[in-house]
Design a protein. Structure first.
Length: 423
């Protein structure tokens, strides 16, 4: 099928890089899970708008009005892309990390938070000021739901609680049973936020369909450039809390108090948490990416990605020294994110060789998901540093892994080159 074979045009597809063996080769960007190359279409949209941008929200000039319209229309486009309910708010942030930290700042003071140890640090760490229960890594999607149900059953059903869960793992690429987890959370009076950083670039995310309360994602993984993200969902906790940032744009009325202090009334719209001049270009780029993905069609995008996943999985299966990391087993549905270790190889050296000898960019390390990678590798947490890529001594288990990830812009040649290189 021709449509399955055609990648979407992305930036950097003509970039060549030098090889240590001599000569040059086109760069194979296979680190989409960290940052996907922006779609050419997104870049063109931004370039077409850039000469006309002006200050937003308070400017009276023509270009200010144009920018304000584009910014607010970007919000509507994202709301549509996410299947938001009429009362949901879409807040533009810097990234998924920023979105989840924002949410952590607005949850009620007595909120209990439930997270699996398998989460990316962006989902695992922002809740440190709350009462956090960290749940064991499940070995099946069903076990994930059972583990959550068991944990929630013991709590006061009338107190506030939040479950934070990923839609697709940034390590294994495996899909999590979001709909079932949301149903379990709601059945026990808890709310749920979906970390869609890895899900949104690969699958449609619909708040109503999944019945999640909030969703967070990053523009730079969704084929937009760096610097913008989204938190979307229920307005009540967002409106009840103090603003994430205090400043202009978030305040409706500011006055001097009799006692010499300053009194402020905050907006109750998304602006409450968007103080300061917003990243209009970033919001516009995200909206452009949402439109481009919708127009390309999820059926085609998913079919193409599954075609690439099959190529990589089959190729890796032919190499006996390769062990693909998985929580839910080989047949689990997944996105184009695959981590593995190679017996007899230090993962960092292996990734460096893929770059230097084949022009292939992958990631090595612990992928900002230390507890999950330790569980998958079965290695001793005490021996690992906080960041970077620790080395295993000869004959020891790997302390880190290699991750290959791809998406809508990946040509077949890149994954074929990768598989041949591993071989
Ligand atoms: N959650 C997941 C599942 C991720 O993969 C990432 C990025 N690797 C994040 C959150 C954080 O995204 P960002 O760095 O854009 O804030």
């Amino acid at each position: 099928d021709q449509s399955v074979c055609t990648p979407l045009p992305v930036l950097g597809r003509d970039v060549t890089v030098p090889l240590v063996t001599g000569g040059e080769v086109s760069y194979a960007a296979l680190d989409y899970a960290a940052s996907a190359p922006a779609l050419q279409r997104v870049w063109d949209d931004v370039a077409a708008y850039a000469p006309y941008y002006g200050s937003v929200h308070r400017g009276a000039g023509y270009l200010s009005q144009l920018s304000t319209d584009l910014f607010e229309n970007a919000r509507k486009t994202v709301a549509e892309f996410l299947g938001c309910r009429p009362a949901d708010q879409v807040i533009f942030t810097r990234s998924t990390t920023d979105s989840l930290n924002l949410l952590a700042r607005v949850i009620p003071a007595d909120c209990e938070v439930f997270v699996f140890e398998t989460e990316h640090h962006a989902s695992l760490l922002p809740w440190q000021d709350a009462r956090v229960t960290c749940l064991d890594a499940p070995r099946t999607p069903r076990q994930a739901v059972q583990t959550l149900e068991r944990a929630l059953a013991g709590r006061d059903p009338y107190g506030p609680a939040l479950v934070c869960v990923t839609g697709a793992s940034n390590v294994t690429g495996e899909l999590w049973p979001v709909r079932e987890l949301a149903a379990a959370a709601h059945a026990h009076g808890a709310r749920i936020v979906l970390d869609a950083a890895q899900l949104a670039p690969h699958h449609p995310v619909d708040l109503r369909d999944l019945d999640v309360d909030w969703v967070a994602f990053s523009g730079h993984k969704l084929y937009a450039p760096f610097g913008s993200g989204v938190l979307a969902g229920r307005a009540d906790w967002l409106q009840a809390a103090e603003p994430y940032l205090a400043g202009g744009g978030a305040s409706r009325k500011v006055t001097r108090r009799q006692d010499g202090g300053v009194a402020v009334e905050w907006h109750e719209t998304a602006a409450r948490h968007e103080a300061g001049s917003p990243n209009v270009i970033g919001a516009y780029a995200i909206a452009s990416a949402c439109k481009a993905l919708t127009e390309a069609g999820w059926d085609t995008l998913v079919a193409r990605e599954q075609h690439l996943i099959a190529k990589v999985r089959e190729g890796l299966a032919e190499v006996p020294e390769v062990r693909v990391l998985s929580l839910f087993g080989d047949d689990a549905p997944r996105v184009g994110v695959i981590s593995f270790v190679v017996e007899g190889w230090n993962s960092s050296h292996f990734a460096a060789a893929l770059s230097a000898e084949y022009g292939i960019g992958v990631r090595d390390g612990l992928f900002c998901a230390h507890p999950l990678v330790r569980t998958l590798l079965g290695s001793d947490p005490q021996t690992q540093g906080e960041c970077g890529a620790p080395e295993a001594a000869p004959g020891e288990k790997s302390l880190n892994a290699i991750r290959v990830s791809f998406g809508a812009g990946t040509p077949d040649e890149h994954v074929e080159r990768f598989v041949n290189a591993v071989r």
